[in-house]
Design a protein around this ligand. Structure first.
Ligand code: C2E
Ligand code: MG
Ligand code: MG
Ligand code: MG
Length: 287
């Protein structure tokens, strides 16, 4: 009897494992066709200067609309793409698309693109990016790359060399999801970062959660000490924003300020008339 239960348990285990593995295989397989089937797109989420309330740029976030399964979260498919290597092609598509789209905006707002560790560690990443900037006509200063620390711990020397090459191109580099994963304070000093992004998990309820508040204050102090601006991710409520403002956080991003959406939703920001500029229509001399 024990033997039978054992077998039953084993079979159940095998069956669920099988489903998971099959699921991964399907995603892995379908991802290879996602670009040619035009199932990938980018949505954009505004990033705001906390003092002026002005939009400083947008983070590009990848979306996959699968033909039969509907939307699949990047939290699900990015790790699979990283394991299978598909991230190289997908990541290149993301960079190319984000640059091409940003060039079409009638503004010089920045665009922040997430770059995977796997991409960063390919031999020619900096030259690939150089090529993309050249082809799309994207000014390097408008591009920011968001990199997580996980990307750096793999091979310190190589990561440092690549980040230096990227900086030489003129792009900026933000440390994404700071406070999670392999956070190491020495990384902040060793690598040429231009910005720290505090992970959204610390921002949630930061106005009422004393522990979260302590961590956020510490990161803000760290940023000040190192001369790095700090952006808080995942800002959802006005009181979270108030807290961040009172603590002199530099920039904010989150559902409160704008949910990630098709760039057309932000036309008022990307096609703003520069302050003080004469509207085109007024340039025609009055008869
Ligand atoms: P991330 O780079 O840290 O992006 C922030 C995530 O938080 C996004 O999820 C965004 O939609 C979500 N978010 C923004 N505001 C709020 C808020 O107020 N509250 C909450 N709860 N969430 C908020 P998303 O778009 O699902 O992306 C998840 C992760 O997938 C990203 O985290 C990033 O690590 C990865 N990812 C997305 N697009 C790309 C890409 O093009 N390339 C690579 N390599 N990774 C990407
Ligand atoms: Mg990011
Ligand atoms: Mg993040
Ligand atoms: Mg994240």
């Amino acid at each position: 009897r024990a033997k039978m239960e054992g077998r039953g348990t084993y079979r159940f285990f095998e069956a669920t494992m099988g489903a998971e593995v099959r699921d991964r295989r399907l995603i892995e397989h379908d991802l290879r066709h996602a670009i040619s089937r035009r199932e990938l797109s980018l949505v954009y989420q505004p990033q705001q200067d906390i003092k002026t309330g002005k939009t400083t740029g947008f983070e590009a976030l990848l979306r996959w609309q699968h033909a039969t399964r509907g939307a699949i979260s990047p939290n699900v498919f990015i790790p699979i793409a990283e394991e299978s290597g598909a991230i190289l092609q997908i990541g290149e598509w993301v960079l190319q698309t984000a640059c091409r789209e940003a060039v079409s905006w009638n503004s010089d707002l920045a665009v922040a693109v997430n770059v995977s560790a796997v991409q960063l560690h390919t031999a020619n990443f900096a030259s690939l990016l150089h090529e993309i900037l050249f082809q799309t006509g994207m000014p390097a200063q408008r591009l920011e790359l968001e990199i997580t620390e996980t990307a750096l711990v793999r091979d310190f020397d190589r990561a440092l060399a690549t980040l230096r090459q990227l900086k030489a191109l003129g792009v900026r580099i933000a440390m994404d999801d700071f406070g999670t994963g392999y956070s190491s304070l020495s990384n902040l000093r060793a690598f040429p970062f231009d910005k720290i992004k505090i992970d959204g998990t610390f921002i949630k309820s930061v106005d009422v959660n004393e522990q979260a508040a302590t961590i956020v204050r510490a990161v803000l102090g760290l940023g000040r000490g190192l001369g790095l601006p700090v952006l808080a991710e995942g800002v959802e409520t006005a009181s979270e924003l108030d807290f961040l403002s009172a603590e002199s956080c530099d920039e904010v991003q989150g559902y409160l300020l704008g949910v990630p959406a098709d760039i057309g939703q932000f036309r008022h920001l990307t096609h703003e008339t520069a302050a003080g500029a004469v509207p085109v229509i007024a340039r025609t001399p009055a008869q």
